[in-house]
Design a protein around this ligand. Structure first.
Ligand code: ADP
Ligand code: MG
Length: 618
């Protein structure tokens, strides 16, 4: 297996060692770091003070995008066009975030509960990948201005609990920002590296990484031996963090002022102002005992002692998660050699004392808790650049491997730079009623359309029992061994029908050709993404049209003539947008159709329709 360096600017394989940057793409804050004279440093903004870039994107107009501190200021004045916490939406469906929607100041589309979240800003629809790419572009620009040279290679961190789709989404965001993402690294691993844990090849240690950020809590138990990190267990809560401390403070203030939370929260600008006021109070209380403010006539007073009472249940939750993580790793607190504190919320004194008390050991909090992950990412990048010889480099796949899905899209199953050997499985379904054969075409490469990638082989899964579209459950497994042989297995799980082939993934491709494929993918990332967005919108619309037509037939008795007529007209309008080239028009037509038929579907409660819409079509 290969390790290739490319020079994006010149389109050649790199000979000189270029800077590889480390990026912490956070829910609340992001930052970029690199190795300067042997030490990891986080890059500061123009004022020379801040290293954190708030992970906030503001659209003044579709072409005027602002990221970071200036975007944060717009949270109050223009909440509808200001997107925050987008990492929470990466790879998520509407259903996943439904309960928290009242806390978002912007519009998350409620199309159908199964499909991935999109965000509407004015007449435009954005995916979390595009919005994350905006943040990454800001970080790339920041470091380029600071270094006075272009950078193109990066290591990006993700939470240990991120699944395949979420990791792939992060890679795609990097590509869209013009970055060659050499590796996706777990945040707790990066944090440990920042403390130098794992850099000594003789060390054999067990580490607890306690990461309390703005939106998420993550406890990871890691074991390090011979410089290799193994995740023994993880636990945590995707919806627990400093934001919840802020909410607790807002609720407390509203109660003190005899105000109704629900009513006040309807006013998006006021609720944002309260949120920011509460955050300020919380941060001040990390170093002082009391805080006072007034927000649009609402008095906000809080002491450290009252704050501790408010957050005690939340901190207790994190300790319970620590206990569970230890249990899963079959360890006790005595087995832990180091406790690494990560995330801005670990500055809260109560958090520090409770964690130290639970583990009965001093915690590592010497480094800036909101920088450690980026610093560690930079160290990992340095290792990948070959500058730290002590650390073992594992075999990796040089190019992504995947299959063709509806519309000629590449669906990556094993991502580029994945460790070898590797085994990944994913479920698919059919797109046509009664489909008995399914063609599985295997491709290698980084482009979004399979026609731009290398075809490695194909086979047909035969004998699927006839079922309505969307019902078969077809599992496709990619098993890549150390010799670069890829075994592809397909199995229809309801009937047990299966088929497999072996493919030589490396065969007949030189390092130069691989490098060219990588460069092409980054240079075409924007165009590819637009094509993908259009095709995905069309696929989604076609599914909805299919379900909509069935819906009218199945529920002829339930629907009034007027309702049938309107539904048909909306379906026709959607069909017309599908014939066009404008993804935003398709999304808008889908939204309108769903808004109208949603209540009708509720009435009909047609389970078959819901079932028919499940799964990704192939
Ligand atoms: P994420 O990893 O989610 O991007 P960070 O690690 O940057 O988040 O942490 C952000 C959170 O840390 C926010 O909720 C912020 O209010 C909180 N925070 C930052 N500084 C302090 C402080 N001095 N005291 C308490 N909380 C803080
Ligand atoms: Mg973080």
């Amino acid at each position: 297996m290969a390790k290739i360096g490319i020079n994006l600017k010149e389109g050649k394989i790199a000979d000189k060692k270029e800077v590889i940057i480390g990026i912490d793409l956070g829910t609340t804050n992001s930052l970029v770091a690199y190795i300067k004279d042997g030490n990891a440093v986080a890059v500061k903004d123009k004022t020379g003070k801040n290293t954190l870039v708030p992970s906030i994107v503001h659209f003044a107009s579709p072409t005027e995008v602002i990221v970071g501190d200036q975007a944060k200021e717009r949270l109050i004045s223009d909440p509808q066009n200001t997107i925050y916490s987008v990492k929470r939406l990466m790879g998520k469906s509407h259903q996943d975030v439904a309960n928290f929607e009242q806390y978002f100041g912007y519009t998350i589309l409620d199309e159908d509960t199964e499909s991935l979240v999109k965000i509407r800003v004015g007449d435009r629809y954005y995916t979390p990948i595009e919005l994350s790419a905006n943040i990454l572009t800001e970080l790339k620009t920041r470091i380029e201005q600071s270094l006075g040279e272009t950078v193109s290679k990066a290591v990006i961190t993700v939470p240990a609990y991120f699944n395949d789709a979420q990791r792939q989404a992060t890679r795609d965001a990097g590509k869209l920002a013009g970055l060659d993402v050499l590796r996706i690294v777990n945040e707790p691993t990066a944090a440990s590296l920042a403390y130098g844990i794992g850099l000594d090849e003789n060390a054999d240690q067990t580490i607890a990484v306690y990461d309390l950020g703005g939106g998420t809590f993550d406890i990871s138990i890691l074991h390090i031996q011979n410089g290799i990190f193994e995740v023994l267990s993880t636990n945590g809560d995707t919806f627990l963090g400093g934001d919840d401390f802020d909410r607790a403070i807002v609720d407390f203030w509203l109660k003190q002022n005899n105000l109704n939370t629900k009513e006040v929260m309807q006013d998006k600008a006021l609720s944002q102002a309260l949120r920011l006021g509460a955050e300020e109070a919380k941060q001040k209380l990390s170093t002082q005992e009391e805080f006072k403010t007034e927000i649009q006539g609402i008095k906000g007073e809080l002491t450290r002692a009252d704050f501790n009472v408010l957050i005690q249940p939340l901190v207790d939750k994190t300790i319970t998660a620590c206990r569970l993580a230890l249990k899963d790793a079959k360890l006790t607190t005595k087995d832990i050699d180091h406790i690494v504190m990560v995330g801005g919320s670990t500055r809260v004194p109560l958090v520090k004392t409770e964690v130290a008390q639970f583990f009965e050991k001093a915690i590592h909090d010497e480094l800036n808790p909101d920088e450690v992950v980026a610093l560690g990412a930079a160290i990992q990048a340095d290792v990948l650049a070959g500058n730290q010889r002590d650390i073992l480099l594992l075999d990796i796949t040089p190019l992504s491997l995947g299959i063709e899905t509806v519309g000629g899209l590449m669906d990556v199953i094993i991502a580029r730079n994945a460790k070898v050997p590797s085994k990944v499985g994913r479920q698919y379904t059919t797109s046509v009623d009664g489909q008995v054969n399914l063609k599985i075409a295997v491709f290698q490469g980084e482009r979004d359309m399979v026609t731009d990638n290398r075809k490695l082989g194909e086979f047909i899964l035969k004998g699927i029992p006839p079922m309505p579209a969307g019902i078969p459950k077809i599992e496709i497994q990619f098993i890549l061994n150390a010799d670069g042989i890829l075994k592809v297995k397909a199995k229809e799980l309801r009937s047990g029908v299966e088929q497999e082939i072996d493919i030589k993934a490396q065969y007949g491709i030189s390092e130069e050709e691989m490098a060219k494929m990588l460069i092409d993918s980054i240079q075409n990332a924007k165009g590819d993404m637009e094509k993908r967005a259009l095709l995905e919108a069309r696929n989604e619309a076609n599914n909805i049209i299919l379900s909509g037509e069935k819906f009218i037939v199945h529920n002829a008795k339930i629907l009034s003539d007027e309702e049938t007529k309107t539904t048909k007209a909306l379906l026709e309008a959607l069909r017309q947008t599908v014939a066009g080239e404008d993804k935003d028009a398709i999304n808008k037509a889908m939204e309108e159709l769903n808004a109208y038929t949603g209540p009708l579907a509720h009435r009909a409660m047609d389970v078959n329709i819901a079932a028919a819409m499940k799964g990704k079509k192939i």
